[in-house]
Design a protein around this ligand. Structure first.
Ligand SMILES: [Zn+2]
Ligand SMILES: [Zn+2]
Length: 252
């Protein structure tokens, strides 16, 4: 049994075939899903999906790309949304200096605003980090009580260790399976009680589906790659990654 800890099920290509998507995931032994928002509208879509399917859970947060478009009262809207039972995390929040769609100073402010909410309401966070290791570490360090997960981890081992020291989990996506990736070298040094798997679908299809639209069932291929890296049976990786997600997100 696996949990896809990060997917965007409200994207047309997934939402329009949600039954098929969930069935194919089930066939690959992927049974629970964290549907992650990137803005307030998405968060409401995640909640509606979670209302219909009891194995889908939701998050609410503002992605760094969306940070430039937030309404003035977005913090209050986030606080309203976290009162729903199926809302298990805040995110995705963070910094993305690769595309810099939002000015970095606004990205940082919106990230910090959400960290304040996480600290006050004791909610785990899902953070996004692209080419922003140092600044992300600086923000996280200012909120020592907050825990969460470094989603779609793509940095080096030193950064992973900083996240681990601050109590965060590390989640790998399809890019763990890419040819010539540095990530297997990183993954082998992440303790099994701190690792998770995800698809980030519809993005980042793992090998051998690279370049095609991704879907949650393919969490399976990420977990299989992790099993290969650790030279452990697949079941062992499934057990650890699932337990870790259940614990962090307090899943039933
Ligand atoms: Zn992301
Ligand atoms: Zn994402």
């Amino acid at each position: 049994m696996l949990i896809d800890t990060h997917c965007h099920l409200y994207y047309e290509e997934l939402k329009n075939d949600i039954k098929g998507v969930l069935k194919r995931a089930h066939d690959l032994d992927v049974n629970r899903f964290i549907c992650v928002a990137t803005n307030l509208e998405d968060a409401r879509e995640c909640l509606s999906l979670a209302e219909i399917h009891n194995n889908i859970f939701a998050s609410v947060g503002i992605h760094p790309h969306d940070a430039k478009d937030t309404p003035d009262d977005y913090v209050d809207q986030i606080i309203d949304l976290i009162t729903f039972d199926s809302m298990v995390a805040l995110g995705e929040m963070g910094l993305d200096y690769f595309r810099n769609i939002t000015d970095p100073s606004i990205q940082k402010k919106v990230f910090r605003d959400q960290m304040e909410v996480a600290q006050k309401f004791k909610y785990p966070i899902i953070f996004h980090n692209r080419d922003a290791d140092e600044d992300v570490i600086e923000v996280l360090a200012d909120y020592p009580e907050v825990i969460g997960v470094a989603h779609c981890f793509s940095s080096n081992l030193k950064t992973a260790q900083s996240f681990l020291e601050m109590g965060y989990y590390i989640s790998f996506s399809g890019n763990l399976t890419f040819k010539n990736s540095h990530l297997p070298e990183v993954a082998k040094d992440i303790p099994l009680d701190r690792v998770m798997v995800e698809t980030d679908s519809p993005y980042l299809s793992p090998a051998p589906f690279r370049g095609k639209p991704n879907e949650p069932g393919r969490t399976r291929y990420v977990a299989e790659k992790l099993a290969e890296i650790h030279a452990l049976p697949f079941e062992e990786i499934a057990k650890h990654t699932t337990e870790n997600a259940v614990e962090l997100f307090r899943l039933p």
